[in-house]
Design a protein around this ligand. Structure first.
Ligand code: ADP
Ligand code: LRH
Length: 491
């Protein structure tokens, strides 16, 4: 049979890409045809996404995929939680804000007065992140935009709406809002009502793999295509990335390592215990009704924001490749900090914040970009260790191997430190797991013989290399005593 060729649009917080994904019975090929930088835009202390610019880049990418071969489907995934509000004429009421916008400061405490954390967790199963959609919406109560809103669309649904005119809420991403019942898999309308939110703006839910609709004629004309369906994929990028984890039979944990690091396990049912809530673990909905039981770890954002700061200060040799090469030889575990400290969430001078955290914790203060880079990577690996072990114990699972996917899988030092910290093998790659997961779910919807996640993952294993990293003994050069280091950070 002719291979299926789809456009996988994968939008990360630091870059967006449009890939042609070709899926045959024994073949799987990804070709990057368009990539563009992404980032939130600060205006008067607010942080916006340039969503129209993103829409234009998506169109450019789809046009490129269409120009270079046959195209059977289009699917969009992006980072979670952020949304746009539409008025009664389906026009965007305001530019979507970034989840790093400070407008949700103090909102979780305000919500707690109406709905306790335990009640919230029991329904939604979500980690308490200040930027969960529910808190963003509550911060907008009384604003002209929310007053006028007829519909709320999460970003991938908004972009799909602009392509097709069909509105809806794909389930994996809806599960990150804090307004979705993880057990019934429906909107938590009661919760929205109790919080005074206009619950009617929540659109109809749809499953990954369902057809959103054909391209609108004017869009089809622009990209040079007719009759191509947009397909709902796991529109939460992490849902698609976990589909793209090349796991086999083994008991695995995953780390989806990009701007954020999502660290956890794939389960059949949510873990909603008091212990899981207290440990601040999240239960997100995955493709094929799986649950991602995980923790958001601040991730490579801290490093990319540091690199940006050094570039602004015009420090020579502070490019990412140069820093990573030098950090390999830097002393291990000299300084470790809590990489999940909330002060690292917002954009700004990360190196200074890392130094402040070190000072507060009584750790040696890293003085150079290389020392700070090593501190960030050691601290990330420690957070990976802590949270994988926690996830395993909360879910009553063993972990034999850790699959590390996303851009971070290209960071060999981070992969090695993760294996050292955890004492289990790390299998690194693919870097573009989210685009693969996106493309495979589309291919199945279009008739490919991929009955389940196991079949999709088997195809990835057959066609993509993973790089193994084995744990090194504590005495190895530049490894260290992770047990002792773990005791030095509180979380
Ligand atoms: P997102 O999808 O959230 O935008 P990615 O999965 O693209 O993120 O990962 C981006 C991160 O991956 C970068 O911040 C960088 O730290 C890391 N990365 C990407 N390419 C490389 C590389 N060649 N070597 C080392 N690290 C890399
Ligand atoms: C990763 C991600 C993560 C969310 C965050 C907002 O890109 O989707 O899963 O928590 O962005």
């Amino acid at each position: 049979a002719e291979p299926i060729r789809v456009a996988a649009v994968d939008l990360g917080a630091t870059s967006g890409r449009v890939m042609a994904c070709r899926v045959g019975a024994r073949t799987l090929h990804l070709e990057q045809l368009h990539r563009f930088p992404n980032g939130a835009v600060p205006v008067h202390g607010d942080l916006y996404w340039d969503v129209l610019g993103i829409h234009r880049e998506v169109l450019t990418g789809i046009r490129e995929v269409a120009r270079t071969g046959r195209l059977h489907g289009i699917g969009i995934d992006s980072w979670a939680v952020d949304y746009g509000l539409l008025d009664c004429d389906d026009r965007l009421l305001a530019n979507p804000r970034s989840h790093r916008d400070p407008r949700t400061d103090g909102v979780p405490a305000q919500v707690r007065k109406t709905v306790t954390d335990t009640e919230l967790y029991d329904v939604t199963g979500l980690q308490q992140l200040p930027f969960n959609t529910v808190y963003q919406l509550v911060s907008e109560i009384g604003s002209p935009a929310l007053e006028a809103a007829e519909r709320m669309l999460l970003l991938p649904d908004l972009l799909s709406f602009w392509l097709t005119g069909q509105a809806g809420a794909e389930r994996t991403n809806a599960s990150t809002t804090g307004l979705y019942d993880v057990r019934t898999r429906e909107w938590a309308i009661d919760l929205a009502k109790r919080l005074g939110l206009p619950w009617a703006i929540l659109p109809q839910l749809r499953d990954p793999g369902s057809v959103v609709g054909p391209l609108l004629p004017e869009v089809g004309e622009y990209v040079g295509l007719a009759d191509v369906p947009v397909i709902a994929v796991g529109s939460h990028d992490t849902a698609s990335a976990v589909v793209g984890v090349p796991a086999g039979e083994e008991s695995f944990a995953f780390i989806s390592s990009g701007t954020w690091s999502l660290v956890g396990l794939e389960l059949e049912t949510p873990v909603l215990s008091e212990e899981a809530r207290a440990a601040d673990f999240t239960n997100e909905g995955g493709v094929d009704d799986t649950i991602r039981f995980l923790k958001n770890v601040m991730g490579l954002w801290v490093l990319s924001e540091s690199v940006r700061t050094w570039a602004d200060k015009r420090l020579t040799d502070a490019s990412l490749p140069a820093l990573l090469a030098a950090a390999v030889d830097a002393p291990a575990l000299r300084t470790v900090v809590d990489i999940n400290d909330p002060r690292l969430l917002t954009p700004g001078d990360m190196p200074t914040r890392i130094q402040d955290l070190a000072r507060e914790a009584g750790e040696p203060i890293p003085r150079t970009p290389v020392a700070i880079t090593r501190t960030i990577l050691d601290s990330l690996a420690l957070a990976y260790r802590r949270n994988i072990r926690l996830a395993a114990s909360l879910a009553g699972r063993d972990v034999d191997v850790v699959h590390l996917v996303g851009g971070g899988s290209q960071n060999s030092l981070l992969c090695q430190l993760t294996a050292d910290a955890l004492g289990v093998p790390v299998l690194a790659g693919p870097a573009e797991a989210a685009a693969l997961g996106n493309g495979l779910v589309q291919a199945r919807a279009l008739g490919a013989d991929l009955p389940d996640l196991a079949a999709m993952r088997a195809l990835i294993r057959r066609t993509h290399d993973v790089r193994p990293f084995l744990p090194r003994p504590r005495s190895a050069p530049n490894s260290g005593d992770w047990e002792a280091a773990a005791a030095r950070v509180s979380r």
